[in-house]
Design a protein. Structure first.
Lengths: 325, 783
């Protein structure tokens, strides 16, 4: 059982390409067929026993451990960061023979004003701080404010910026404006990775999801991300399938690999493996790591930890047995 | 990051085999009964070639026992009534759900198909089928009040969907009050035997279901047993033809669900990534051993290369392995013989110079594994583009535009299913009716449901399974028992009707392509009255006249493309024009048949009424929207057969002719009709009515002559889609036998007579049903 030790690479940034509507304007996504594929995919693939444990450990390394609440304080963010550095109880890792693997989650995701606390708590680790930005979650503040928010977050120590796109530009098919908006965000990010949140729960069709994905990648997004977690419908396998196919098309066109981040509603270990299966099947093993794939989640880690304990002991676990985040 | 093994535990399935000490008897009359043959067939797990069990080879005596048991069970089973039968069907459905995993695993072991498929597709559909038909049992008296059971049904099913095909056969048969002798396929009998076991659990009355395992000989015993009233067969076209020939003229009802070479049509605006998954569902479902597999990929030239490359990438990711592994897409093919057949075709495909592509991974060892295979740019003339391979082999070719797509799609002897991929609903719904196939899936493939009828056009067989349309395979009209052994007696008039008072010679001709034409032979046949007087000549039609008539019918598309309303107007006009010449027609009938003028006038009057009634039906026999899977509109459309041959009875020269011609026309068929041989002149006078009633040329073609000879010619003709024959018992047999090769739909009277004046005999929906076949079009939707 091996989990590739991950180091954050900085050399696979997506530099984007000039806007070209012809890349996506004739695309049509068939919803029924996409949903059929998404529904049958977890039934076609499964992992059991040692493989399941390995896949779950892999999932841990892909989590952006997240708190995005109005009542976030230094206290709970500090606790979250401690959990991010040591996501799995030590005795479980020992039983799995993984005690020296240095397993951590993929990143810690907070609002801008919590960055300094996270930075302090994460000192001595390679864990990136992810800051949501550009007027998250609705993105309805001024463009200038959005740019300055990004810059401030980068200056405060965020290594990854999760921006939200302007949904009105998608609804009104103003693709070139969307491209320019995201391009400017990317410039503001500098060396920080940029993840573009499409908020797919507010995009009415899969065809538009595909187009928005493509525009976001053309404009230099290093990741595309499904949701803020605040829409009424968050990450689904079907919408992820559409976005992954867009990522594949972009890669075939440019040779650049863009990462993918589903977020919102992924709470169970089984869901995490479903998404890993989706990534493996639709994008390939090269995407199966924390550099190319993240899951934005707050409660998922707890369930994975319980499942891993079950794997080790053969008895179903309980939440209170694992340190809180 | 690899997947690792994820095997299903098969211990419960092996326990079931052990319960019978791996040596299965037959299930007859509610009991496990030792076969009298003492010959056993070994059945293997195709994933590892291990022996699973032995099954009995049903002997002639075993089959006879089973048929007798079914016969004895019939009366009380019918007497239970719809609700009584529904309770049993419901119990069976429940039992299948309660033991679903056992069925799924045993099926997967025996057949080699992935347990994902048996668990998620086959067995749930089996339960669904029994539920659905429990409902039809309840509703039979309300929904089919004029129909009754057929009797003892012999059913022979294939190895590719052992349980699903069992349910498709048994559920409707039982619902409609029939009893059953079923022979599972010799490679895959185990789940049928498990099914017999649960029939015992639900206390199904003895003899209602009998399971007789065995080989082709056992099947032949069932087919030819005189106590069997109907045969339902699913399997190869080759065996289907043998069955049809061997029961020709026996009066046994027959439904055949046979082979296919179904087109999978991809237009340039399709969602290509979804198309790829559709292809996986179409040809790599059940190792491609699916009669309706989308095995011929037709792709628009503009996107062909792009699609081929996507398919190849996807093929690399397919996983193959032991059928019980929950993490595979493709299992083993059923048997070494099937593996060899597939390999033979693939080798032929290579020899023919076609481009072959297979994934780089290697098949597992030790079982019947055949790699998924793609041939690209295959010409239509290639053997692999024409023959059913029944394996994981996709044959691709390109088309330029939609017209060529339709031509290529229909360039096959088969007609089971088709799949059409486009994001343009206008295009999809234009193409779907043009494809000669019983099922058309838009932007999907291999979707099934009990509420939708499944079955073929052309050499893919006839009859439907599922939906209301499927029930008619398992019922017969109650009125059939009133049909007469002899034609109704004509009351001969005491006074002779005057012959040709004008004194001008009248020449009857054939009517072909809207023109009156002399017979190719140059011969005529004298026609005399019952008093022995000469009354005229009819042209002696030959095979060449039939050929010309069929060509005229084939070349005329206007009638079939008219709306129901437009056809109705023409039919009403025919009635109007006949009515204004009613007296003349009545006199001719009286002269030919010798009946009183009064009776002849009555025949004309009923004829006019009948024309009205079919004109009324022209825009009202209009299909259904089936309640199938969610987010899916399933349209069941009755489509004209195409070219319909009709051989009229001798009696009632006008009314017999009208009663058969009109329903065929109302449904939009082009007709080649042979009128009464004895009294042909009502029909030859009738073409003047047709000419004055705006009937398009080629829609009706009338050939007079020797009916048996002409019937044989029509039965053999490959471009006639259906043939109705009303004549002798021997003639009926001949028509059924000769129609085998072309697989045309036949409807014959086995020498029985109808009283055409009685609307219960001579009119009704059954005529329309025989003039049409149901096409189910599946249209998934989602914004």
């Amino acid at each position: 059982m091996t989990v590739a030790k991950q180091a954050i690479e900085t050399d696979h940034l997506n530099h984007g390409i000039p806007f070209d509507a012809s890349v996506f304007e004739n695309i049509n996504i068939n919803k029924s067929a996409v949903e059929r594929r998404a529904a049958t995919l977890p039934a076609r693939r499964t992992v059991k026993k040692n493989w399941q444990a390995a896949w779950l450990l892999k999932a841990v390394t892909c989590i952006d451990l997240t708190t995005l609440a109005g009542d976030d304080t230094k206290g709970n963010v500090t606790r979250l960061c401690a959990k991010a550095k040591n996501p799995i109880r030590k005795d479980i890792l020992e039983a799995l023979g993984m005690e020296n693997s240095g397993i951590t989650v993929g990143g810690v995701c907070v609002y801008h004003n919590l960055i300094p606390f996270a930075k302090e708590a994460l000192q001595g680790s390679n864990l990136p701080i992810v800051a949501v930005s550009t007027g998250f979650p609705a993105g309805n503040n001024s463009f200038e404010d959005k740019i300055s928010e990004i810059k401030h977050s980068v200056a405060a120590g965020a290594k990854e910026i999760d921006i939200v796109i302007s949904r009105d530009l998608v609804l009104e098919n103003r693709w070139e404006e969307l491209y320019h908006e995201i391009s400017e965000f990317k410039k503001a990010c500098g060396d920080a990775h940029m993840k573009s949140i499409l908020a797919t729960g507010e995009i009415p069709t899969y065809t538009k999801v595909y187009k928005a994905s493509m525009v976001a990648m053309m404009a230099g997004s290093d990741f595309i991300k499904t949701s803020t977690g605040k829409e009424s419908v968050n990450a689904t396998l079907a919408v992820s399938l559409v976005m992954c196919r867009a990522i594949r098309d972009y890669f075939e066109m440019t040779g650049t690999k863009v990462g993918f981040k589903p977020a919102g509603g992924i709470q169970k270990a089984k869901q995490a493996t479903d998404w890993l299966i989706l990534i493996k099947e639709e994008l390939g093993d090269e995407w199966l790591n924390g550099n190319m794939f993240r899951i934005g989640a707050s409660s998922l880690l707890g369930d994975i930890e319980r499942q891993l304990e079950h794997h080790v002991t053969g008895a179903y676990s309980a939440g209170f047995r694992h340190p809180m985040q | 990051m690899t997947y690792g093994p994820a095997p299903e535990n098969a211990s419960e399935a092996y326990k079931f085999l052990d319960k019978f000490e791996k040596k299965f008897p037959l299930f007859i009359n509610g009991e496990w009964q030792k076969s009298d043959s003492e010959v056993f067939i070994k059945t293997f797990n195709p994933s590892d070639n291990s022996e699973l069990a032995e099954i009995s080879t049903g002997s002639p005596k075993d089959v006879d026992d089973a048929v007798k048991a079914a016969k004895n069970a019939l009366k009380p089973w019918v007497a239970l009534g719809g609700h009584g039968r529904a309770k049993y069907l419901y119990a069976i459905a429940r039992q299948i759900q309660k033991h679903s995993r056992l069925f799924a695993i045993l099926e997967s072991l025996d057949n080699g198909k992935p347990v994902r498929e048996t668990r998620d597709i086959d067995i749930p559909l089996v339960a669904r089928h029994f539920y659905h038909h429990a409902g039809w049992a309840s509703l039979m008296e309300t929904e089919l009040p004029d129909y009754q059971e057929v009797g003892v049904i012999g059913q022979i099913i294939p190895w590719n969907f052992p349980m699903l095909m069992l349910s498709w056969k048994i559920a409707p048969a039982l619902a409609m009050g029939n009893t059953v002798v079923l022979k599972p396929a010799e490679f895959t009998s185990l789940t049928a035997l498990l099914f017999a076991d649960i029939c015992k659990n639900v206390g199904l009355p003895n003899g209602v279901i009998n399971i007789v395992t065995g080989d082709g000989k056992t099947g032949a015993e069932i087919v030819n047993h005189p106590g069997v009233d109907k045969i339902a067969f699913t399997g190869s076209t080759e065996v289907g033809k043998i069955i049809r020939k061997s029961i020709a003229g026996s009066g046994k009802k027959l439904s055949l669900e046979l082979g296919g070479k179904s087109p999978f049509i991809v237009f340039e605006d399709a969602d290509l990534d979804s198309v790829v998954e559709g292809i996986v569902d179409a040809i790599w479902f059940n190792q491609g051993q699916v009669c309706c597999a989308g095995s011929r990929l037709l792709v628009q030239e503009s996107v062909a290369e792009k699609l081929y490359s996507k398919i190849k990438k996807r093929m690399e990711k397919l996983r193959m392995g032991n059928s019980l592994d929950k993490c595979i897409d493709i299992g083993a093919v059923v048997d070494q013989t099937q593996w060899n057949t597939i390999d033979g075709y693939v080798k032929k495909g290579i020899e023919e110079g076609n481009q072959i592509w297979q994934p780089t991974w290697e098949c597992p060892k030790g079982g019947q594994f055949y790699p998924p295979t793609l041939f690209t740019d295959v010409p239509a003339a290639s053997i692999i583009a024409q023959e059913e391979i029944f394996g994981p082999v996709l044959v691709a070719m390109t088309f330029r535009h939609h017209k060529e797509a339709v031509s290529l799609a229909n360039n096959t002897r088969y007609g089971l299913a088709a799949s059409i991929w486009t994001e343009n609903i206008n295009l999809a719904l234009d193409i779907a009716p043009q494809i000669k196939a019983g099922t058309v899936w838009i932007n999907s493939s291999n979707v099934f449901d009990a509420a939708s009828g499944f079955g073929g056009y052309r050499e893919s067989g006839f009859g439907r399974e599922g939906g209301k349309e499927g029930l008619f395979e398992y019922v017969k009209p109650k009125v059939e028992k009133d049909f007469l052994e002899n034609a109704p007696k004509v009351k001969i008039s005491k006074t002779k009707t005057a012959f040709n008072p004008s004194g001008i010679d009248k020449t009857a001709k054939h009517y072909i392509g809207g023109k009156q034409v002399r017979p190719d032979s140059g011969y005529s046949i004298n026609i005399t009255s019952p008093w022995g007087d000469y009354i005229g000549e009819m042209p002696e039609g030959t095979r060449k006249d039939i050929r010309n008539a069929v060509e005229a019918a084939a070349g005329s598309t206007s009638w079939g493309s008219m709306t129901g309303h437009a056809r109705a107007q023409v039919l009403y006009f025919i009635a109007e024009n006949l009515s204004s010449r009613a007296k003349e027609f009545a006199e001719k009938i009286a002269l030919m048949t010798g009946q009183t003028l009064n009776d002849a006038e009555k025949e004309v009057e009923v004829s006019i009424q009948r024309i009205f009634n079919y004109a009324a039906y022209a825009d009202k026999y209009d299909g259904q929207v089936h309640s199938t899977t969610s987010k899916n509109v399933t349209l069941a459309m009755p489509e004209a057969l195409g070219i319909l041959g009709i051989v009229c009875p001798d009696e009632n020269p006008l009314l017999g002719f009208i009663s058969l011609l009109l329903p065929a026309l109302a449904m939009g068929n082009n007709v080649v009709i042979v009128p009464s041989e004895k009294h042909p002149f009502s029909a030859t006078d009738f073409y003047q009515i047709l000419e004055t009633s705006d009937v398009p040329a080629g829609a009706v073609n009338i050939i007079t002559g020797r009916k048996e000879e002409l019937a044989s010619e029509m039965a053999k003709h490959f471009n006639i889609d259906g043939l109705w024959y009303f004549g002798s018992k021997e003639g009926s047999e001949k028509v059924e036998a000769l129609a085998t090769e072309s697989m045309k739909r036949t409807w014959v009277n086995y020498g029985k007579h109808r009283n055409w004046l009685d609307s219960k005999h001579g009119f009704g929906e059954i005529f329309l049903r025989n003039a049409t076949q149901i096409k189910n079009i599946w249209i998934p939707y989602g914004a």
